[in-house]
Design a protein around this ligand. Sequence first.
Ligand SMILES: Nc1nc2c(c(=O)[nH]1)N[C@H]1C(S)=C(S)[C@@H](COP(=O)(O)O)O[C@H]1N2
Ligand SMILES: [Mo]
Length: 450
Amino acid sequence: MAGEAPKAGRILRAPENFVDSQLALDITSHGLNDQRRSFLRKSFLAAGAAMASGTALAQAAAGGDPAILKLPEHSTSLGKPVASTPYGLPSRFEGALQRRESPGLTRVNAASVSFTPLQSLFGIITPSGLHFERHHQGWHDIDPSQHRLMVNGLVRQQKIYTMDDLMRLPSVSRMHFIECGANTAMEWGNVAVPSVQYSHGMLSCSEFTGVPLSVLLEDCGYDKKTARFVLAEGADGSGMTRTISIERALDDVIVAWAMNGEMLRPENGYPLRLVVPGVQGVSWVKWLRRIEVGDQPYATKDEAIHYIDAMPDGMYRQYTSVQECKSVITTPSAGQRLLDTGFYNITGLAWSGRGKIKRVDVSTDGGRNWRTARLESPLLPKCLTRFNIDWTWDGAPAVLQARAIDETGYVQPKINELRAVRGTRSIYHNNAIQSWQVAASGEVSNVQVY
Ligand SMILES: Nc1nc2c(c(=O)[nH]1)N[C@H]1C(S)=C(S)[C@@H](COP(=O)(O)O)O[C@H]1N2
Ligand SMILES: [Mo]
């Protein structure tokens, strides 16, 4: 950057301390207490000033920063031995980083949602322990030696596979996002939920490993003349069943046992789940126990009366399936606070159920002017894409927005454009541009801009 280096602005980053019954703008950064926070703020300011003059260390020392002047214990003592935690855990300072549920959203929390803390994650992969959860009838930890997958219907030979049978077949590993069709549902009603965790946190992205469904369909000899659809069925008490077209089933659908390099977590379908890239989460049937090949859609409860879109003409649209192109700024986002004017990195996520992200534009003035953000690699189809863009905050109120465009040329709509074609009674499939308002105080909140 030419001329005077802009001062680095600091963010109170994580609105993670919402206890479940409290959705007020009461935030602390990673659970630090006020005293420690104000100390950190002072030292950041000092570091910012020092950076401008180019000798941070000397300045900090001159300022008497004890973190520089005194050798901490960890520099002078023996650390813990290897394998003290045989399965590694996050730092104790990251304890506030959690999946959270929204109280009162559902009547019982076995049939509910926990949201991924998008505001505190980096890159595109969701740590497995923070992957959002959506269960219709609670989750189970199923004994894999007792689990079976049956393939039946319009096949030459119906088969029952054990986990061992499946895991010796040729496998693939692919990175994909999964988004619940109800993600961002509250924004239809302009309910300004307090953070991006609650507005967009039914979204995660992982590397999944398993056998392509096409391999199993070929193995059972599906009837190429009559097969039009498959039905996927889960083993939990919810009787979760979804119809998938045979074209999609043969294209990129995976019968997966692994997520991020290890076996699936129980909450996410251990030992077997369907991965249906680009399609809404409900079709990613967990605890998968059966695939039936048929010649027509099955019109089960999970597709005939649930997961349907209320249209303006009073009709309902079924089988919406694809998650259209969407993006959201994750920092700065609602619940966070900018502590200074100066330089900020605006960062966020973009994705499309139809392929790759082509471009992301960012506005800091509520959509009047747009600049093109940097897309970070890897840039994969039906996968989250991380974007970044520089911003210097002058202390005036601002409205931050991101707008994604996918490789088909589809442009993420504004909320009023979406309402014009989808009406006002929708719950599902809200992919509108999200607005975050930055107040002069630095507080960031969820607003709707038309
Ligand atoms: N068997 C079964 N599969 C299921 C569900 C379920 O309740 N039971 N929930 C579905 C819904 S609505 C979503 S959004 C995703 C959530 O997957 P996750 O819990 O791994 O995030 O799983 C889908 N698959
Ligand atoms: Mo869902």
